[in-house]
Design a protein around this ligand. Structure first.
Ligand SMILES: [Fe+2]
Ligand SMILES: [Fe+2]
Length: 399
């Protein structure tokens, strides 16, 4: 996508320093000299960070830096990036709200909360906090777009999917469907591997989760007063634990996707302030992933491992019993892996960070394969794919 001039980084925003190519007289010569001095200094400052700007004399520089941070326009590419991220955050918010209503710290389904708490006693608190974070991300991105005169993203017309009928779920239209997921669990192997998908690697599923709910569907299937012994005893208790375990893996699936997506979008940003937004939110997505990575591992470690949903047959095996570093459940920090080129030493990094593997279109494709949008209209897919294509097409423009 072609972007308009990014005024935020355009050096000509400082009228008192605009070079006069006519070169008439000593006054113009002085301006040229000053211009070269400041431009040279500004190039140097790019390397030492904005804090160094305070040491530079001259009010004109302060004025241009102030414009870069507040009132100036952003490029079409930056708008496209932020609009897609706003859409992604609205999608995240929608799914996290469903988890939060049922299993958050103020959730309404005690049996689901108890089964989640078998992964970690603080799971309901973490779910509530993650939900708050996503709501803040979506609200901030849309407010920032508005502040720049750009159109915010509103997906309300697509809140058409049914809510869970289980105790605790509010009855309203949803953007996302958590009732029959195909959760891609290859992230678990990817982050334990020394291989990188950006250099062609692919990874097997750690756990095969097909057509499994991640939230309780109704009270007949899983009554809200069920106990949650470890390991579960009884068909309904076992199904509820399998549902909670699926949620645990789904949380990490969603948030590792966010970690890659924000890293990739950062590489396309033009304005320093937009870059600041992307890396600042992106760091929190990675924080979320790290947390859920730890909790998901508890579903496939003793004493909880071995749960099989009696309805779907989805099984959460003891991965530690399989042996090897690709399975070991407490290896939750990213293993150093190939990065950029195989000739360079392995490095512990977010991966993937290439468009094709984790960009905006790849993120929507990943959510779609997850069956997260099962039941959505063709207009919904057209809308989010268009936003995704425009974000992927954004190009970094630095003057
Ligand atoms: Fe988020
Ligand atoms: Fe997130």
């Amino acid at each position: 996508m072609t972007s308009k001039t990014d005024h935020a980084r355009e050096p000509h925003t400082s009228p008192s320093l605009r070079p006069d190519t006519g070169g008439r007289g000593s006054e113009e010569d002085d301006v040229q000299t000053e211009w070269r001095r400041v431009v040279g200094r500004r190039s140097f400052l790019k390397g030492v960070g904005l804090a160094g700007a305070a040491a530079v004399p001259g009010s004109a520089l302060f004025a241009s830096e102030a414009m870069a941070q507040s009132g100036s326009a952003i490029t079409n590419g930056d708008v496209a990036i932020l609009r897609f991220l706003a859409a992604a955050e609205l999608i995240e918010s929608d799914l996290w709200q469903q988890y939060n209503e049922l299993g958050g710290v103020n959730g309404g389904n005690p049996a689901y909360m108890a089964a989640l708490s078998n992964l970690d006693s603080d799971m309901p608190q973490y779910i509530a906090d993650n939900t708050d974070d996503e709501l803040s991300h979506a609200a901030f991105l849309n407010a920032y777009l508005r502040s720049k005169g750009a159109e915010p993203v509103n997906l309300d017309e697509f809140r058409t999917l049914p809510s869970s009928k289980a105790t605790g779920a509010r009855q309203k239209g949803r953007l996302t469907n958590l009732q029959s997921l195909d959760v891609d669990t290859s992230w678990y192997v990817r982050y334990r591997s020394t291989k990188n998908p950006d250099l062609g690697a692919s990874f097997p599923q750690a756990v095969t989760i097909r057509r499994e709910p991640a939230i309780p569907l109704n009270d007949t299937d899983t009554p809200p007063g069920l106990p949650a012994p470890v390991p579960p005893v009884g068909a309904q208790e076992t199904r509820m634990q399998a549902i909670a375990n699926t949620a645990g893996f789904h949380f990490a699936f969603i948030e590792q996707g966010g970690s890659s997506l924000y890293s990739i979008m950062a590489l396309k940003a033009s304005s320093l302030e937009v870059l600041r937004i992307i890396v600042s939110i992106g760091g929190v997505e990675t924080n979320h992933f790290s947390l859920w990575h730890d909790k998901a591992g508890n579903a496939v470690a003793q004493p909880l491992a071995g749960v099989t949903d009696p309805q779907t047959g989805v099984t959460f095996p003891d991965l530690n019993a399989k042996g090897g570093e690709l399975n070991q459940t407490n290896l939750i920090l990213p293993e150093p892996c190939e990065f950029l080129r195989k000739s360079l030493p392995d490095c512990s990094v977010v991966r993937p960070t290439l468009d094709a593997n984790g960009g905006a279109v790849a993120a929507i494709d990943g959510f779609t394969a997850d069956r997260l949008f099962e039941g959505q209209s063709s207009k919904f897919f057209r809308t989010v794919r268009q936003l995704a294509r425009e974000a992927d097409a954004a190009q970094r423009q630095v003057h």
